[in-house]
Ligand binder design. Structure first.
Ligand code: SIN
Length: 296
């Protein structure tokens, strides 16, 4: 078997890897795709630098890893409905993704991951933070792990993107759309077994998780707040500094991300393609009846 001719350089002990010496505009062998997939699922996020891709090549790269999941809330790139525009213009204050989250956890089968490609960057700032949910799970006490394993959480898009939303959009007008489509809720185990790596990961996030299933808001909030503080500990995080042509490809089941909004008066323009995922299970809980109720 030929060894793919690129280098995989881990970013921290628990998260991320830079892939060096690869040109994503060229067709990739199946062996290369397999190794990139394995690295993605193991490290949670992989980074590429100095890539020069047309939108068609971005799409072709994404399709090697799965089916594209079209985001219903982000304005698409003109002429490319499968690419979402993640854009902040010089006159805007708010940004997209400026809080810890994992994409599409409100869907019954949450997205596998996203491939974010830098098109225009501020001279400095606009980094993206990532946090490992494998490390967050591993770092819990045995007692709390045991408690969490029997629990599920509710996730929703309504309060962020919906008609009656409680989250401020600020001046994101024109960047987000389709409020009427924010009707999807879902229930997922709080501890999931990653469908590819087989590892356990914490699966709640501050943006889209709205409570613990079967618990009141008052009961849920302190435990969720504790998990959010714990999961964002610096030792589980990595800060990616973008350069021209950088790509971050993250796994939503194994990481959180956070777009740092520390620049103003300049444009930051990224193209995001999201890949469809599968239903998440803890191995031990049959969620089908609950899932059907949540989506009814
Ligand atoms: C996102 O949340 O998808 C945006 C991340 C970023 O712009 O860095």
């Amino acid at each position: 078997m030929n060894t793919p001719a690129f280098e995989i350089r881990p970013c921290t002990n628990v998260l991320g890897a830079e892939i060096l010496g690869i040109d994503l505009s060229k067709p990739l062998s199946s062996e290369t795709v397999d190794l990139l997939r394995k690295t993605l699922f193991d490290r949670g996020v992989i980074f590429f630098r100095d890539q020069d891709l047309t939108p068609e090549q971005h799409i072709a790269f994404a399709q090697r890893f799965g089916e594209i999941d079209i985001n219903r809330f982000f304005t698409p790139v003109e002429g490319y409905p499968s690419i979402a525009e993640v854009r902040k213009d010089p006159d805007q204050v708010s940004n997209i993704g400026g809080g810890w989250h994992t994409d599409h956890s409100y869907d019954l089968a949450p997205a596998l991951g996203s491939i974010l490609y830098a098109r225009e960057l501020p001279p400095c700032g606009g980094d993206t933070l990532y946090a490992s949910m494998y490390a967050a799970y591993d770092g819990l006490s045995d007692g709390l792990k045991k408690t969490l394993e029997g629990l599920c959480a509710l996730h929703s898009s309504r309060h962020v993107f919906g008609e009656g939303r409680t989250r401020e959009w600020g001046d994101l007008k024109g960047r987000l759309q389709n409020m009427g489509a924010a009707t999807q809720d879902s229930i997922h185990p709080i501890v999931v077994r990653h469908p590819e790596s087989g590892r356990k990961a914490l699966y709640v996030n501050p943006d889209f998780t709205v409570g613990i299933h079967g618990w009141t808001q008052k009961e849920s909030a302190p435990l969720l707040e504790y998990l959010y503080q714990h999961a964002a500990r610096p030792e589980y995080c990595y800060r990616f500094v973008w350069g021209p042509g950088s790509i971050a490809f993250w796994d939503n089941r194994a990481t959180w991300h956070y777009a740092v909004n520390d620049y103003s008066g300049v444009r930051r323009l990224m193209h995001r393609i999201t890949l469809a995922g599968v239903t998440l299970t803890p191995d031990s809980i049959d969620l089908s009846a609950e899932q059907n109720r949540a989506s009814a």
